[in-house]
Ligand binder design. Structure first.
Ligand code: UGA
Length: 442
């Protein structure tokens, strides 16, 4: 099939590449000329395992086309994905200006029936607004007779596993009341729907809410566990034992119940806030979601609490080695990362940071360019040199079995503040190191 994707950001590029890899022809449209030029040269703007190879291969095979020309994009496919960003407004609600601008562009150039697919995470009711925008633009352009469908087809990609998630989806949600659009979407996703039927067709608004409900449920699990970890700490229990104990119940399960220094990324914080706003706008107070957000915001300061408890005279002039800048492993993304809250709090208190991350060094450089109290170090060992203490913010595989002897030798104060519970307290303490982790006794 011929498909157009507007917005070659994270979601758009992964979706386009995976569709092309399955044999579809995909035209990628973005207003950012430098990004499109770079993609044509094989330069991928994000770090995502497996993505560069399929982009290159399918571009060379002619199944992926990159352009900044919207007219070319609209002419290309009957299926038109909208995958542009929906950044949070000042009040936390999703900003739809880019989505609506693409809707207008499609209407301006369309000459035949189009199926417009909302892929971006958009509030309930957006498909209706997209349809209104298209209709109004068609009327203005004397093209009122042209027909179109708007479909909600949310993505469920995890950063770091996006290509795989896209190739092997748990479910494919199609929100539409048009049988023509449903059939086209079924054909599009047929290569990813083998062995068992993963397609769930529903009305548009339910599809839009499904996306938020999924992310908010996952964020709720994490904040719930973080709240339990705070209780465990105060009650003399070990949250890691509690986690295993409750995860064994299949109704609860082991996924997304890892306590830590808070969730980050471009999705959970934004989507929880956006749903709270949506609820407000219809006069409903989303009490659970507000608490999920509040617990997470507080959790990002947990490590700072431990540090203040340990360094009773303050940390002015102290240097902290910090392992893990990305909001989670296998990505270079630092959006809403706990590391940022922790580093910024340390700087505020007059401390220095020696940071290392296996992938996010360039991103840290971009965000904190010229920052006086930050040194970006080439290895995790280098970060320890001249440091007073060690902080861990991200559970990279490479941090799981460090040489504790070296840590002990390098640090001026033998202490690890671990925001991801990577080690057994007994093991660390055996090396003469103090160990503060989340929801356990230290
Ligand atoms: C999340 C969802 O998992 C995807 O299903 C969804 O498609 C995506 O948002 C999106 O809306 O686009 P992502 O933000 O890439 O994906 O990251 P996750 O793997 O979900 O991790 C989010 C955060 O939660 C990380 O900071 C992670 O460290 C934290 N986390 C996760 C915990 O603190 N504990 C856990 O048990 C699991």
């Amino acid at each position: 099939m011929k498909v157009t994707v507007f917005g070659i950001g994270y979601v758009g590029l992964v979706q386009a590449a995976v569709l092309a890899d399955a044999g579809h022809s995909v035209c990628c449209v973005d207003i950012d000329e430098s990004k499109i030029d770079a993609l044509k040269q094989g330069v991928i703007p994000i770090f995502e395992p497996g993505l560069a190879a399929i982009v290159k291969e399918n571009y060379q095979a002619g199944r992926l086309v990159f352009t900044t020309d919207p007219e070319q994009g609209v002419d290309f496919g009957e299926l038109q994905f909208i995958a542009v960003g929906t950044p949070p407004d000042e009040d936390g609600s999703a900003d739809l200006q880019y989505v609506l601008a693409v809707a207008e562009t499609i209407a301006l150039h369309m000459k035949s029936h189009k199926i417009i697919i909302d892929k971006s995470t958009v509030p309930v009711g957006t498909a209706d607004r997209v349809a209104e925008k298209i209709k109004a633009t068609l009327i203005q352009g004397n093209k009122a007779a042209l027909e179109f469908d708007v479909v909600s087809n949310p993505e469920f990609l995890k950063e770091g596993a996006a290509v795989n998630d896209c190739k092997k989806p748990d479910r494919i949600i199609i929100g539409t009341d048009s049988s023509h659009a449903e059939n086209a979407m079924r054909e599009l996703y047929a290569p990813f729907n083998r062995n068992r039927d993963r397609i769930i067709v529903m009305d548009v608004r339910s599809a839009e809410l499904t996306k938020y409900a999924a992310n908010c449920m996952l964020a709720t699990k994490i904040s719930f566990m973080n709240e339990m970890s705070n209780l465990a700490e105060k009650l003399g229990a070990d949250i890691e034992m509690v986690r295993q104990g409750i995860g064994a119940d299949e109704r609860i399960g082991y996924h997304f119940i890892y306590p830590g220094c808070g969730y980050g990324g471009s999705c959970f914080p934004k989507d929880v806030q956006a749903l709270v706003r949506t609820a407000n706008s219809i006069g409903y107070e989303a009490q659970i979601l507000k608490s999920v957000e509040a617990v997470n915001a507080a959790q990002k300061y947990k490590i700072i609490e431990y540090i203040n408890h340990y360094f009773k005279d303050g940390v002015q002039g102290k240097t902290f080695a910090l392992w893990g800048l990305a909001f989670k492993p296998n990505t270079d993304d630092m959006r809403e990362a706990p590391s940022r809250v922790i580093m910024e709090a340390l700087w505020e208190m007059g401390a220095r940071v020696h940071a290392f991350d296996p992938e996010a060094m360039e991103e840290a450089q971009r965000i904190y360019q010229g920052r006086e109290h930050l040194s970006l170090m080439g290895t995790k060992e280098a970060a320890l040199k001249q440091a007073d203490a060690l902080i861990i913010c991200t559970e990279w595989q490479n941090f799981r079995a460090p040489d504790f002897e070296v840590i002990k030798q390098q640090l001026k104060y033998p202490v690890i503040f671990d925001g991801r519970n990577l080690y057994q307290p007994k093991t660390v303490e055996k090396y003469g190191l103090d160990y503060f982790s989340i929801g356990r006794q230290s």
